[in-house]
Design a protein around this ligand. Structure first.
Ligand SMILES: C[S@@+](CC[C@H](N)C(=O)[O-])C[C@H]1O[C@@H](n2cnc3c(N)ncnc32)[C@H](O)[C@@H]1O
Length: 299
C-alpha cells in the first residue's frame, strides 16, 4: 500500500503547474488536458453563492486554487494534501493572496489525526474532496473522517471517476468493465463468447496507456485510480453517516472520446462539451460524463 501512495504522490508532484493552468479561465480552450477540474469547481462555487459565511475544508486541496476561489466568495478556508509539491505551492499561493499559509497542512485523508489540528477552531460547515477518492484504500474510512470534521447538517462534495462512462467509450475500458465487472463471475464459455463478440466491436488498444508523465513520473494508468458506480453512492454515503442529496455530472463527452481531435476537431469537441457542462444535473451525464460529484449532508 505504501508503494501505491508513493506513486500517487510522485504522479501529482509532477502535475502542480497543470492544475494552476487549468484553473485559469483564460486557458479553457487551450490547456492540453480537458479542463474538467474547472467545471467541477464552478459547480461547487455556484452552491456557495449567496450563502452565509461558511468554514470550508478541502481534503486533498492540491495547489490551492479551489480554496482561493472559495475564499474569494468570503468564506473561511482550510486545506490539506499529502503531496509535498502541492502543499508547498498551495502555501505559496495563499501567501501571494494575503491568506495565511498555516491554513494549509500536509496530511492524509486516510488518517483523521493527521489533519485534526485544522479542526481545532470548530467543526466545518462544508468539506470538499476532489480527485482524491479514486486513489485511497478505503472510501468509507475517508468519508467517515470527513464526517468527523463537519458539524451536524454540514455538507460534503466528493468527486469520483464514473464507472458507467465505460459503456459510452467503446474502447479498452468498455472491454475491461464488461469482462472484469459485469461478466466477472460468469461461466467460462459465456465469458469467451462475450470476449470474441467484443473483439470486433470495441477498440481495445485505445486510449494508449498513460504509463508515465511527460517528465517520467508514474502516469495516471500506472497509479491506483479506481472508478465508482454512481448507483452505489447513496449506500456508501449513508454508511459513513451522511444523507445522500444529489449528483453533479461533469467532464461531459459530446461524442465518443476516441473521436476527439480526429473525426471531431478538438475545438468543436470542447464547444459542444462546454455547452453540456452548463447543466450538471442532465441525467445523460450518467453515461456521457467520466466523473461526478456527490453532495451529501452529515447526520
Ligand atoms: C486530482 S488532484 C485534485 C487536487 C484538488 N483537489 C483540485 O481539485 O484541484 C488529487 C489530489 O489529491 C491528493 N491526494 C491523493 N491522495 C491523498 C490522500 N490520501 N490524502 C490527501 N491528499 C491526497 C493528491 O496529492 C492531489 O493533490
Amino acid at each position: 500500500m505504501a508503494k501505491d501512495e508513493e506513486s500517487v504522490r510522485e504522479h501529482y508532484g509532477d502535475l502542480v503547474q497543470n492544475y494552476t493552468d487549468a484553473y485559469d479561465a483564460e486557458n479553457l480552450w487551450n490547456v492540453k488536458i480537458y479542463p474538467a477540474a474547472h467545471f467541477r469547481l464552478v459547480n461547487f462555487l455556484n452552491t456557495l453563492r449567496n450563502s452565509p459565511k461558511q468554514r470550508v475544508l478541502d481534503a486533498g486541496c492540491g495547489e490551492g486554487s479551489p480554496l482561493i476561489a472559495v475564499a474569494g466568495l468570503g468564506h473561511d478556508v482550510r486545506g490539506f494534501d499529502f503531496t509535498d509539491e502541492m502543499v508547498e505551492t498551495a502555501k505559496r499561493q495563499f501567501s501571494a493572496n494575503d491568506m495565511d499559509p498555516a491554513w494549509i497542512s500536509k496530511a492524509s485523508i486516510e488518517d483523521y489525526d493527521s489533519f485534526a489540528a485544522l479542526c481545532e477552531d470548530g467543526p466545518f460547515d462544508t468539506a470538499i474532496c476532489f480527485g482524491v477518492l479514486p486513489h485511497v484504500n478505503s472510501e468509507l474510512n475517508c468519508l467517515r473522517n470527513m464526517h468527523k470534521a463537519l458539524r451536524k447538517g454540514g455538507t460534503v462534495h466528493v468527486s469520483f471517476r464514473n464507472e458507467l462512462f465505460n459503456m459510452f467509450t467503446f474502447n479498452r475500458f468498455t472491454y475491461g468493465y464488461i469482462m472484469d465487472s459485469l461478466l466477472g463471475g460468469a461461466p467460462e464459455d459465456i465469458r469467451e463468447t462475450a470476449s470474441a463478440f467484443l473483439e470486433d466491436r470495441v477498440e481495445r488498444n485505445i486510449p494508449p496507456l498513460r504509463v508515465s508523465t511527460e517528465r517520467g513520473k508514474p502516469g495516471y494508468d500506472a497509479i491506483k485510480a479506481k472508478m465508482h458506480n454512481p448507483l452505489d453512492m447513496p449506500a456508501l454515503f449513508e454508511n459513513a453517516g451522511f444523507r445522500f442529496k444529489r449528483i453533479f455530472w461533469y467532464h461531459f463527452h459530446p461524442i465518443f472520446p476516441m473521436l476527439e481531435g480526429k473525426a471531431i476537431d478538438k475545438r468543436r469537441f470542447r464547444e459542444a462539451a462546454f455547452e453540456l457542462e452548463k447543466n450538471p444535473f442532465d441525467t445523460r451525464g450518467a453515461f456521457l460524463c467520466s466523473a461526478f460529484v456527490v453532495e451529501a449532508t452529515a447526520e
